[in-house]
Design a protein around this ligand. Sequence first.
Ligand code: NI
Ligand code: MN
Length: 226
Amino acid sequence: MKITFYGQNSLAIEVSGKNILVDPFISGNPLSKDKVDILSLKADYILLTHAHEDHILDAEAIAKNTNAKIVSNYEIAMHYQAKGIDVHPMNHGGNWKFDFGNVKYVNAMHTSSFPDGSYGGQPGGFVIEGEHKNIYIAGDTALTMDMKLIPLQTKLDLAILPIGDNFTMGIDDAIIASDFVECDKILGVHYDTFGFIEINHDVAKKKFFDAGKDLMLLEIGESIEL
Ligand code: NI
Ligand code: MN
Protein backbone atom coordinates (compact mmCIF):
# COMPACT_ATOMS: atom_id res chain seq x y z
CA MET A 1 0.00 0.00 0.00
CA LYS A 2 1.41 3.37 -1.08
CA ILE A 3 0.07 6.60 0.44
CA THR A 4 0.78 10.07 -1.00
CA PHE A 5 -0.03 13.31 0.83
CA TYR A 6 -1.49 16.28 -1.06
CA GLY A 7 -2.12 18.61 1.86
CA GLN A 8 -4.92 19.05 4.43
CA ASN A 9 -6.68 15.62 4.43
CA SER A 10 -6.00 14.89 0.75
CA LEU A 11 -4.38 11.53 0.17
CA ALA A 12 -3.82 9.14 -2.69
CA ILE A 13 -3.77 5.46 -1.80
CA GLU A 14 -2.58 2.76 -4.15
CA VAL A 15 -3.69 -0.70 -3.09
CA SER A 16 -4.31 -3.91 -5.01
CA GLY A 17 -3.86 -2.09 -8.30
CA LYS A 18 -6.55 0.48 -7.52
CA ASN A 19 -6.16 4.23 -7.05
CA ILE A 20 -8.09 5.81 -4.23
CA LEU A 21 -8.24 9.53 -3.50
CA VAL A 22 -9.34 10.78 -0.11
CA ASP A 23 -10.82 14.26 0.47
CA PRO A 24 -9.34 15.99 -2.59
CA PHE A 25 -8.82 19.65 -1.68
CA ILE A 26 -5.96 20.81 -3.85
CA SER A 27 -6.93 23.64 -6.23
CA GLY A 28 -7.97 25.80 -3.27
CA ASN A 29 -5.12 24.86 -0.98
CA PRO A 30 -2.40 27.53 -1.02
CA LEU A 31 0.17 24.86 -0.08
CA SER A 32 -0.62 22.45 -2.94
CA LYS A 33 -2.41 24.29 -5.75
CA ASP A 34 0.79 25.09 -7.65
CA LYS A 35 2.34 21.66 -7.04
CA VAL A 36 -0.42 19.25 -8.04
CA ASP A 37 -2.55 19.26 -11.21
CA ILE A 38 -5.85 17.71 -10.20
CA LEU A 39 -6.49 16.51 -13.75
CA SER A 40 -3.30 14.44 -13.61
CA LEU A 41 -4.54 12.43 -10.63
CA LYS A 42 -5.69 8.86 -11.15
CA ALA A 43 -8.73 7.66 -9.26
CA ASP A 44 -10.93 4.58 -9.28
CA TYR A 45 -12.57 5.72 -6.05
CA ILE A 46 -12.85 9.03 -4.18
CA LEU A 47 -13.53 8.66 -0.46
CA LEU A 48 -15.05 11.72 1.23
CA THR A 49 -15.12 11.94 5.03
CA HIS A 50 -17.53 14.89 5.18
CA ALA A 51 -18.91 17.77 3.12
CA HIS A 52 -16.71 20.68 4.22
CA GLU A 53 -15.04 22.54 1.38
CA ASP A 54 -11.52 21.71 2.54
CA HIS A 55 -12.37 18.03 1.87
CA ILE A 56 -14.60 17.99 -1.22
CA LEU A 57 -13.52 20.96 -3.33
CA ASP A 58 -12.00 18.97 -6.22
CA ALA A 59 -14.09 15.80 -5.91
CA GLU A 60 -16.55 16.68 -8.66
CA ALA A 61 -13.90 17.72 -11.20
CA ILE A 62 -11.75 14.65 -10.54
CA ALA A 63 -14.72 12.27 -10.58
CA LYS A 64 -15.87 13.66 -13.93
CA ASN A 65 -12.33 13.47 -15.31
CA THR A 66 -11.63 9.91 -14.14
CA ASN A 67 -15.10 8.33 -13.85
CA ALA A 68 -14.17 7.50 -10.27
CA LYS A 69 -16.86 6.31 -7.88
CA ILE A 70 -17.48 8.57 -4.87
CA VAL A 71 -17.75 6.71 -1.57
CA SER A 72 -19.20 8.67 1.34
CA ASN A 73 -22.16 8.97 3.65
CA TYR A 74 -25.65 8.73 2.14
CA GLU A 75 -26.28 12.47 1.90
CA ILE A 76 -22.95 13.26 0.24
CA ALA A 77 -23.37 10.31 -2.14
CA MET A 78 -26.82 11.55 -3.19
CA HIS A 79 -25.43 15.07 -3.71
CA TYR A 80 -22.95 13.72 -6.28
CA GLN A 81 -25.32 11.17 -7.79
CA ALA A 82 -27.60 14.11 -8.71
CA LYS A 83 -24.66 15.52 -10.69
CA GLY A 84 -24.40 12.29 -12.69
CA ILE A 85 -21.46 10.86 -10.77
CA ASP A 86 -21.22 7.16 -9.86
CA VAL A 87 -21.50 6.76 -6.08
CA HIS A 88 -21.48 4.23 -3.27
CA PRO A 89 -23.44 5.45 -0.23
CA MET A 90 -22.50 4.25 3.25
CA ASN A 91 -23.34 5.22 6.80
CA HIS A 92 -21.84 4.85 10.24
CA GLY A 93 -20.88 1.33 11.25
CA GLY A 94 -21.33 -0.06 7.78
CA ASN A 95 -18.78 -2.19 5.95
CA TRP A 96 -18.46 -2.87 2.24
CA LYS A 97 -16.01 -5.13 0.45
CA PHE A 98 -14.63 -3.19 -2.50
CA ASP A 99 -12.24 -4.70 -5.05
CA PHE A 100 -9.30 -3.17 -3.14
CA GLY A 101 -10.34 -4.19 0.37
CA ASN A 102 -12.91 -3.73 3.11
CA VAL A 103 -14.04 -0.22 4.01
CA LYS A 104 -15.87 0.67 7.22
CA TYR A 105 -17.37 4.14 7.68
CA VAL A 106 -16.74 4.97 11.32
CA ASN A 107 -17.78 7.71 13.69
CA ALA A 108 -16.22 11.14 13.79
CA MET A 109 -17.11 14.03 16.07
CA HIS A 110 -17.34 17.10 13.84
CA THR A 111 -19.91 18.76 11.53
CA SER A 112 -20.66 18.26 7.84
CA SER A 113 -22.38 20.91 5.73
CA PHE A 114 -21.72 21.68 2.06
CA PRO A 115 -20.22 25.08 1.23
CA ASP A 116 -23.72 26.41 0.36
CA GLY A 117 -24.98 25.37 3.79
CA SER A 118 -26.96 22.33 2.62
CA TYR A 119 -26.96 19.19 4.74
CA GLY A 120 -23.95 16.93 4.31
CA GLY A 121 -25.04 14.13 6.63
CA GLN A 122 -22.91 13.25 9.62
CA PRO A 123 -19.12 13.28 9.31
CA GLY A 124 -17.11 10.07 9.43
CA GLY A 125 -13.78 8.40 9.05
CA PHE A 126 -12.72 5.26 7.19
CA VAL A 127 -11.05 2.04 8.28
CA ILE A 128 -9.56 0.39 5.21
CA GLU A 129 -8.48 -3.23 5.45
CA GLY A 130 -6.29 -3.80 2.41
CA GLU A 131 -4.73 -7.01 1.17
CA HIS A 132 -1.75 -6.68 3.51
CA LYS A 133 -2.16 -3.51 5.59
CA ASN A 134 -4.90 -1.81 7.56
CA ILE A 135 -5.26 1.94 7.97
CA TYR A 136 -7.56 4.35 9.79
CA ILE A 137 -8.38 7.70 8.23
CA ALA A 138 -9.95 9.64 11.08
CA GLY A 139 -11.18 12.59 9.00
CA ASP A 140 -11.92 15.78 10.88
CA THR A 141 -12.76 14.77 14.42
CA ALA A 142 -12.37 15.47 18.06
CA LEU A 143 -10.85 12.85 20.28
CA THR A 144 -13.71 10.46 20.93
CA MET A 145 -14.17 7.30 22.97
CA ASP A 146 -15.60 5.64 19.84
CA MET A 147 -12.02 5.31 18.58
CA LYS A 148 -11.60 2.52 21.14
CA LEU A 149 -13.99 0.40 19.09
CA ILE A 150 -11.63 0.22 16.12
CA PRO A 151 -8.93 -2.09 17.54
CA LEU A 152 -11.59 -4.51 18.77
CA GLN A 153 -11.90 -5.56 15.12
CA THR A 154 -8.89 -4.25 13.23
CA LYS A 155 -5.16 -4.33 13.92
CA LEU A 156 -4.01 -1.06 12.40
CA ASP A 157 -0.70 -0.52 10.62
CA LEU A 158 -1.18 3.25 10.29
CA ALA A 159 -3.47 5.87 11.83
CA ILE A 160 -3.99 9.03 9.78
CA LEU A 161 -4.99 11.64 12.34
CA PRO A 162 -5.71 15.37 12.25
CA ILE A 163 -3.26 17.27 14.45
CA GLY A 164 -3.85 20.95 13.59
CA ASP A 165 -6.13 21.77 16.54
CA ASN A 166 -8.85 24.48 16.50
CA PHE A 167 -11.20 22.60 14.10
CA THR A 168 -10.10 19.08 15.09
CA MET A 169 -7.90 17.27 17.56
CA GLY A 170 -4.59 18.90 18.32
CA ILE A 171 -1.34 17.12 19.02
CA ASP A 172 -2.04 16.14 22.63
CA ASP A 173 -5.44 14.66 21.84
CA ALA A 174 -4.08 12.90 18.75
CA ILE A 175 -1.53 11.16 20.97
CA ILE A 176 -4.39 9.87 23.12
CA ALA A 177 -6.29 8.90 19.95
CA SER A 178 -3.36 6.79 18.84
CA ASP A 179 -3.55 5.01 22.21
CA PHE A 180 -7.28 4.45 21.70
CA VAL A 181 -6.84 2.95 18.23
CA GLU A 182 -3.73 1.03 19.41
CA CYS A 183 -1.46 2.23 16.64
CA ASP A 184 1.88 3.93 17.27
CA LYS A 185 2.56 4.82 13.65
CA ILE A 186 0.80 8.06 12.80
CA LEU A 187 0.55 10.17 9.68
CA GLY A 188 -0.39 13.70 10.71
CA VAL A 189 -2.83 15.65 8.53
CA HIS A 190 -5.02 18.77 8.68
CA TYR A 191 -2.32 21.24 9.73
CA ASP A 192 -0.59 24.37 8.35
CA THR A 193 -3.16 24.98 5.56
CA PHE A 194 -4.66 28.03 7.24
CA GLY A 195 -3.50 30.28 10.07
CA PHE A 196 -5.82 28.64 12.58
CA ILE A 197 -4.10 25.28 12.21
CA GLU A 198 -0.41 26.11 11.88
CA ILE A 199 1.78 23.87 14.01
CA ASN A 200 5.42 23.62 15.02
CA HIS A 201 6.60 20.40 13.33
CA ASP A 202 9.52 19.79 15.68
CA VAL A 203 7.35 20.18 18.78
CA ALA A 204 4.72 17.87 17.30
CA LYS A 205 7.25 15.16 16.43
CA LYS A 206 8.94 15.39 19.83
CA LYS A 207 5.66 15.06 21.71
CA PHE A 208 4.79 11.89 19.79
CA PHE A 209 8.34 10.58 20.16
CA ASP A 210 8.27 11.17 23.92
CA ALA A 211 5.02 9.17 24.05
CA GLY A 212 6.76 6.27 22.28
CA LYS A 213 5.12 6.96 18.92
CA ASP A 214 6.25 7.80 15.41
CA LEU A 215 4.63 10.88 13.85
CA MET A 216 5.22 11.29 10.12
CA LEU A 217 4.69 14.67 8.44
CA LEU A 218 4.99 14.50 4.67
CA GLU A 219 5.75 17.19 2.11
CA ILE A 220 3.10 17.88 -0.53
CA GLY A 221 3.38 15.02 -3.02
CA GLU A 222 5.57 12.88 -0.77
CA SER A 223 4.71 9.19 -0.39
CA ILE A 224 5.17 6.41 2.12
CA GLU A 225 5.03 2.70 1.46
CA LEU A 226 3.40 0.41 3.99
NI1 NI B 1 -14.32 19.78 8.47
MN1 MN C 1 -11.37 20.14 7.51
